[in-house]
Design a protein around this ligand. Structure first.
Ligand code: HEM
Length: 387
């Protein structure tokens, strides 16, 4: 087996530690030519922080993925970014999110009710996937009847982000755009129902309604950004706790603090391994000069395993305290939904450990596709004692 960096190769896709190790050996800002267009990668903790804290040099408006795309909604630069962030931020503030806890708990309990009698069920399909989709639909005011359809659309948008052939997902992405566009149109001028979709439909910039395609872009972004990622957080955490001896019983017994467990899961198994910026000017990082107009990947997965920031970084330690993990990004683009994602994970795990104290996995399921993401498509589990 070669030792060359290959983010989409089998070894690195199977374990984020492998890319982290190879990146460390490659220095501060190596060029990665296995993707077209080629990009550079920063993976040291301080380098990733520096890039994320300098949005004038490292732009978001050319897309968060390795492909160049036009600015949409929050994937943009100031002043466009500032306008959209101010519009949606109130819905995701800590106090607004904390108020959703009882409803989140009710959703999690109802999902677990359905599987209680089943000898084998799937943490992804039956719990970690439907929960965040239901929650974001409720925040927007989108009916949840078509949840599977939304999952397909949402997966297509996510896959297009890191694909060499994004056009192959165009039909699903367009169907989702048409659906949301119709709902936004219907809400324009209607009475305020206090929900986020109404707010976006009726927001004005310079006195005029937003063009419908801009409004659609924003809604889809929020919708897609929080689903697969939160699903992966929950699935990864349960998988890790069921994979390492003694961890699930310790969580059930209350010996491990849930917030710390979530933090360590985010550090060790980040749902997004990295995202991208584009240089607005020539920059020098370490020995490497990167021309203007080049994509740079901020590799959170590797930065979270930087030994200068975390002691014994390759050990999963849910008792760990310390430095901030970078899995939600940093700076002006820091994840809008991080309070929501943390609360969803906390409530779900709390319900799960109470109702399934002897949970064990049937097998390891299957990794989700795109190389930027780290999560499991399936995670079959059983409720009784392990065989
Ligand atoms: C564990 C779950 C999640 C993870 C790991 C995650 C990760 C991230 C990361 C790394 C960024 C930074 C993007 C950048 O710097 O370019 C981000 C931004 C964002 N996230 Fe999340 N996210 C999660 C959950 C959510 C949820 C539940 C929502 C719901 C609305 C959400 C909405 C967003 C939005 C809208 C942005 C763009 C913010 C901006 O550019 O101003 N995320 N997320």
């Amino acid at each position: 087996m070669g030792n060359e960096l290959d983010l989409a190769g089998a070894e690195e896709m199977a374990d984020p530690a492998v890319s982290a190790r190879r990146l460390r050996d490659l220095g501060r800002c190596p060029r990665y030519a296995r993707f077209d267009p080629p990009f550079h990668i920063v993976s040291g903790y301080d380098d990733v922080c520096d890039v994320l804290r300098d949005p004038a040099t490292f732009l978001s408006g050319h897309g968060q993925g390795p492909n160049f795309t036009p600015p949409v909604g929050l994937v943009s630069d100031p002043p466009m970014h500032t306008f959209f962030r101010e519009l949606v931020q109130p819905w995701f503030q800590p106090r607004a999110i904390a108020a959703r806890e009882p409803r989140l708990r009710a959703i999690a309990e109802a999902l677990l009710d359905r599987v209680l009698a089943q000898p084998v069920w799937d943490v992804h399909d039956d719990l970690a996937f439907p929960l965040p989709v239901t929650v974001i639909c409720e925040i927007f005011g989108i009916p949840t009847d078509d949840i599977d359809q939304f999952k397909r659309w949402s997966d297509a948008s996510v896959a297009a982000l890191s694909s060499q052939h994004p056009q192959s997902y165009a039909a699903d992405v367009m169907a989702m755009q048409a659906y949301v566009g119709q709902r936004l149109q219907a809400l324009r001028g209607a009475a305020d129902d206090g929900l986020l979709l109404w707010q976006v439909a009726n927001c004005r910039r310079d006195g005029a309604w937003l063009p419908i395609d801009e409004a659609v872009g924003l809604v889809l972004q929020l919708f897609v950004a929080g689903n697969e990622t939160t699903t992966s957080l929950i699935t990864n955490l349960v998988w890790r706790f069921l994979s390492e001896d003694g961890l699930w019983p310790a969580l059930v017994a209350g010996e491990i603090d849930l917030d710390r467990a979530i933090n360590e899961s985010l550090r060790f198994d980040p749902p997004l391994l990295g995202l991208f910026r584009t240089t607005s000017r020539t920059v020098t990082i370490g020995e490497v000069t990167v021309p203007a107009g080049t994509k740079i990947m901020t590799h959170y997965g590797a930065a979270n395993r930087d030994a200068t920031a975390f002691a014994e970084p390759d050990r999963f330690d849910p008792y760990r305290q310390g430095r901030k993990v970078l899995s939600f990004g940093l700076g002006i683009h820091v994840c809008l939904g991080m309070e929501l994602a943390r609360l969803e994970a906390r409530v779900t795990l709390d319900c799960l450990r109470r109702r399934f104290p002897r949970l064990h996995k049937v097998d390891d399921g299957e990794r989700i596709g795109p190389f930027l993401f780290w999560g499991r498509r399936h995670l079959p589990v059983a409720a009784g004692d392990a065989p």
